[in-house]
Write a protein that binds this ligand. Structure first.
Ligand code: KG4
Ligand code: ZN
Length: 335
C-alpha cells in the first residue's frame, strides 16, 4: 500500500510517501520569507506553496523510489489552517487524484498531530493521552483507537507556541521564537522571574497563555522604565519554565484522571528541550510511558497526514469524493 501525503496548512510545504505504513520520504520545506515580519503573512504563504508544491511532491516520490502511477491513495490536509495555503494543497491533491484516478483522503491537521506518537512507534497501545502543542494549537486528547479520540481541552486564548513567538517578538528575537527561547532559556535562570501559570490548578484541561504574555510585557516595560538592562536569557528561561509547568501538569493530570499510562506529545513546541526533559521525568515518576516523536514528525509534516489515511484504510474507511471543501478556521497571523 503506497500513500502519498500532502500538507500545506500553514507555512511549511510538505510531501511524504508511506509504503506499508513505513515512512519512505518526508520532505518539509519551511518558508523563511516570514522571518522579517514577526509572524506568518497569509498571502506570502500561499504564494510560496504554489512555487514549492510540484517540486516537493516529485522529490517525495523520487526519494521513496516510486511514482505517482504506483500510488494507491492520496492524503491531504483540508484544515484547519490558512485558507490560501490549504487551497494550494487540496487543489493539487484533487488534480492528481482526478488525473491519475486515485482515491483521496482529506485529513484534519490536528488529528494527524495527535496520532504522530503512533507514527513514531507503531506498537504503541491504546488508550493514550496526546498533547498537541504548536503555534496554532494547544489541546489534550484521549485517544482510544486509530480512528477514535476525544478532545479533553484546548487553549481558551493563545496557543503555547504563539506565546513563545510573541514573547520572542517583544525581546526582538525574530520568528519563529520558540527555538531561540529554548536555546537562550538553557543559558538563563528559570527562577529569575515568577511569570503566571494560567489555569494550572483549575482541574480542567483548558489552557490560557494570554496572562503570561501580558505579564512579560509589563516586566519588560518596568525594566526599561528603570533603565535596567533586560536579562534576556533569564526572561527566556522563566517564560519557558512557566509554559512547560502548565503543559506538563495538565497532561499528567489528564493521564491520571483517565487512568492512562501512555502519553504522547507532538506539534512544533514538543521540540522544546525543557518540555521533553520535564515531561520525561514526571512521566517516569508516575510509571507512565512517554512518546516523543522525532522532530520531523513533531513539526508540520506530510508523513503524519499519510499516516492517518493509512490507519483509515486499515479500518475500512472509504475515500472521499474530490468535491470536499477546505475548513480553515481562524488562525493567527502577524497581529
Ligand atoms: O507544529 P508547527 O511546526 O506549526 C504549527 O504552528 O502548526 O509549530 C510551530 C511552533 C512555533 O510557534 C515555534 O515557535 C514552536 O512551534 N517551536 C518551539 C520550538 N521549536 C518550534 N517552541 C519552543 N521550543 C522549541 N524548541
Ligand atoms: Zn501543526
Amino acid at each position: 500500500m503506497i500513500i502519498l501525503g500532502i500538507e500545506t496548512s500553514c507555512d511549511d510545504t510538505s510531501s511524504a510517501v508511506l509504503i506499508d505504513g513505513v515512512v519512505r520520504s518526508n520532505i518539509i520545506s519551511s518558508q523563511t520569507i516570514h522571518t522579517t515580519y514577526g509572524g506568518i503573512v497569509p498571502e506570502l504563504a500561499s504564494r510560496e506553496h504554489i512555487k514549492g508544491i510540484g517540486p516537493i511532491v516529485r522529490a517525495a516520490l523520487r526519494e521513496a523510489s516510486t511514482s505517482i502511477e504506483d500510488v494507491d491513495a492520496i492524503a491531504v490536509t483540508y484544515g484547519p489552517g490558512l485558507a490560501g495555503s490549504l487551497l494550494v494543497g487540496t487543489h493539487f491533491a484533487k488534480g492528481l487524484a482526478l488525473m491519475y484516478d486515485k482515491p483521496l483522503y482529506p485529513v484534519h491537521h490536528i488529528e494527524a498531530h495527535l496520532y504522530s506518537g503512533y507514527l513514531e512507534d507503531s506498537r504503541l497501545g491504546y488508550p493514550s493521552i496526546s498533547l498537541v502543542v504548536s503555534g496554532g494549537h494547544t489541546s489534550i486528547f484521549h485517544v482510544t483507537s486509530p480512528v477514535d479520540y476525544t478532545v479533553l481541552g484546548s487553549t481558551c486564548d493563545d496557543a503555547a507556541g504563539e506565546a513563545f513567538d510573541k514573547v520572542a517578538k517583544m525581546l526582538g528575537l525574530g520568528y519563529p521564537g520558540g527555538p531561540e527561547i529554548d536555546r537562550r532559556g538553557c543559558l538563563g535562570d528559570s527562577a529569575a522571574f515568577d511569570f503566571p501559570r494560567g489555569l494550572m490548578h483549575d482541574g480542567t484541561q483548558t489552557f490560557s497563555f494570554s496572562g503570561l504574555k501580558t505579564s512579560v510585557r509589563r516586566t519588560l516595560e518596568l525594566l526599561k522604565s528603570q533603565q535596567r538592562e533586560i536579562p534576556i536569557n533569564d526572561v527566556c528561561a522563566s517564560v519557558q519554565e512557566a509554559i512547560v509547568d502548565v503543559l506538563v501538569h495538565k497532561t499528567l493530570h489528564a493521564a491520571r484522571e483517565y487512568g492512562v499510562r501512555i502519553i504522547s506529545i507532538s506539534g512544533g513546541v514538543s521540540a522544546n528541550s525543557r518540555l521533553r526533559t520535564v515531561m520525561q521525568k514526571k512521566a517516569q515518576d508516575h510509571g507512565m510511558q512517554l512518546v516523543t516523536p522525532q522532530i520531523g514528525y513533531c513539526v508540520d509534516n506530510a508523513a503524519m497526514i499519510a499516516h492517518v489515511a493509512s490507519m483509515r484504510i486499515a479500518h475500512g474507511v472509504h475515500a472521499s469524493a474530490p468535491s470536499f471543501m477546505i475548513s480553515p478556521k481562524a488562525m493567527r497571523t502577524t497581529s
